[in-house]
Design a protein around this ligand. Structure first.
Ligand code: SF4
Length: 558
């Protein structure tokens, strides 16, 4: 096993120290809900003097946040009962929903009403842009007096034994060769009574924490999907017809051995949000989520919608699909985990925003009680877990606890088992299904069946053109934030056994193996921070660590 590298910081440097009471690492919906709710609870307890700080690696809050998205409003309605009056950004209420099964030869079948799988019905939900939601929530938090620092990537957790004491943020101004440039600025040491890890999916600090404190003991490993999204400006007739409507597809281009599917959301009268998610346990060494997305767009059913339109934005991210049994222990001495970092996502309904908000609120209650008692130990923060176990969030996740794992045996057995789960309260064929890390499912390159699509400049953009539309940019003269701890594995084993899958699974063309090359070329600037490489590498030989502040995609309306 290779050694985990957590930080690209230089060692011997004097760091500014910033003590706060509560530090939230990441500024997504879970984190901001936690900060807002905590501020209120502390005020109620007469503890307004406690300091709350949110830090995020994106220069502008929301720029690294991406989702489909259709949102169940239950979470935001708990946080802000007057969310509608306050101007919470909603693109549209869901006016109609259905599912489609795509087949070869451009054919499809539509499933409406009773025939539409119940988990894909969206009556009462709203179509949103997650990065607009996050910007709005950040405004609410700042208006309430909460400090939010953008462009502050946390690169290292500060420990006192097993107790989390805060984080160190990434140094800036380090050249590619590791020397300090004239612009060098050391990262800060932010110490906190409680640190809230809200890094989103596959957080780099959370990953280290899971290992150091064995937070997955007795749990299933997390299983992930990679989602690819484009925002399209479409023809007037298509935009008007689909505005406020939601449909999901299964089938083409996937075979019956893979878990995945797509969404089409009418997010504006001239706009569609399109996306495709594929489980990273699919096993093909040439698995290429972007290529599957392109093939899906070229199916006649989808291609017809896109004719005459153009892509305006692109993005990708992984989603934690494992569910209740794949959630880590949620707390420890001086810390809690919220949102995607802790696996708060219902893979059956493809929704996590409401659960993320709820997780942040429950964490806030536990933190407020702990601060009031002057005791932020694991024993006190265990209250978060008690609140979760008694909550609707637990009921929802528990009801689909075996959902994703049921598909490990393929689509047919998955559908049968999930049908049984629905009438047995989530039990299905087995009371508790086990799981495995996604990369363990990878098969040798000789068994690959994946074929690449033909690209064009209309509905089948290649990766590099798409990356341009993500706005991804990084300071070029810095050490790569994509680390290969043991490059000999790539050449001496991976090339033969798996054909260097990184060149396929990365949706941003970061990894290249030019013909005859004896090492991988890493185009780190292209990285959209989806974390697929950190999850899917079969030897766990890619470490994603935070780049300098400001680096990454610039998602707008995504
Ligand atoms: Fe995603 Fe890794 Fe590619 Fe970056 S390098 S876009 S994290 S797969």
């Amino acid at each position: 096993m290779t050694e985990r590298i957590t930080s690209l910081n230089v060692g011997d440097v004097e760091r500014e120290e910033l003590p706060v009471d509560v530090l939230l690492v990441g500024a997504g919906p879970a984190s901001l809900a936690c900060a807002i709710h905590l501020q209120r609870l502390l005020a109620e307890k007469g503890m307004d003097d406690k300091t709350i700080l949110v830090i995020d690696k994106a220069e502008e809050i929301g720029h690294h946040t991406l989702s489909g998205a259709v949102m169940n409003p239950r979470g935001i309605a708990e946080l802000f009962p007057d969310w509608k009056e306050k101007g919470f950004p909603v693109a549209s209420e869901v006016k109609d929903d259905w599912a489609e099964w795509l087949r070869g030869g451009g054919k499809h079948s539509t499933m409406r009403g009773m025939l539409c799988p119940p988990q894909l019905k969206n009556h009462g939900n709203v179509i949103v842009s997650l990065n607009n939601i996050v910007s709005w929530m950040a405004e609410q938090a700042e208006a309430a007096g909460i400090e939010i620092y953008g462009g502050f990537p946390a690169t290292e957790t500060v420990f006192d034994g097993d107790r989390v004491k805060g984080v160190i943020t990434r140094d800036s101004g380090i050249a590619k060769d590791g020397t300090r440039k004239g612009t060098f600025e050391p990262g800060m040491r932010v110490e906190a009574e409680v640190t809230v890890f809200a890094e989103g999916t596959r957080g780099s600090l959370a990953k280290s924490l899971f290992k150091k404190l064995d937070l997955y003991a007795g749990k299933n490993p997390q299983t992930y999907g990679t989602g690819i999204k484009e925002l399209w400006e479409v023809r007037e007739d298509v935009g008007k017809e689909l505005f406020g409507k939601v449909f999901h597809t299964g089938g083409y281009p996937l075979g019956s051995d893979a878990y995945g599917g797509s969404w089409v959301y009418g997010s504006a009268p001239n706009q569609l949000s399109l996306g495709f998610v594929i489980g990273l346990d699919q096993g093909d060494a040439k698995l290429d989520p972007h290529a599957l997305f392109v093939k899906w767009k070229q199916h006649a059913r989808i291609a017809k919608l896109l004719e005459g339109g153009k892509v305006v934005r692109y993005g990708a991210k992984t989603v934690p699909e494992g569910g209740y049994f794949s959630m880590p222990k949620l707390y420890g001495d001086g810390f809690v985990l919220v949102g995607d970092t802790a696996g708060f996502l219902n893979a059956a309904t493809l929704k996590g925003i409401h659960l993320a908000i709820k997780s942040g609120m429950m964490a806030a209650e536990a933190i407020a009680e702990a601060l009031a008692a002057g005791d932020t130990s694991s024993a006190k923060l265990a209250r978060y877990d008690e609140l979760f176990e008694a909550s609707w969030a637990k009921d929802e996740l528990y009801s689909v606890r075996n959902y994703r794992q049921a598909f490990e045996g393929g689509l047919v057995s998955g559908i049968i088992d999930f049908g049984l789960q629905r009438i047995t309260g989530g039990r299905g064929l087995k009371g508790k299904r086990g799981g495995h890390a996604d990369h363990d499912a990878m098969r040798p390159i000789s068994q690959s069946k994946m074929e690449k699509p033909r690209f064009n400049d209309t509905n089948a953009l290649d990766k590099l053109t798409d990356v341009y539309l993500s706005g991804a940019i990084h300071e070029e003269d810095q050490p790569s934030h994509l680390l290969i701890p043991d490059p000999t594995i790539c050449v001496e084993r991976c090339t033969q056994e798996y054909g260097n899958p990184c060149q396929h699974f990365c949706p941003a063309a970061v990894y290249e193996w030019p013909d005859g090359a004896d090492h991988v070329v890493i185009n780190a600037s292209n990285c959209v921070h989806c974390k697929t490489c950190d999850i899917a590498d079969p030897y766990e030989n890619i470490e994603w660590v935070v780049p300098e502040g400001g680096g990454g995609p610039k998602y707008v309306d995504m």
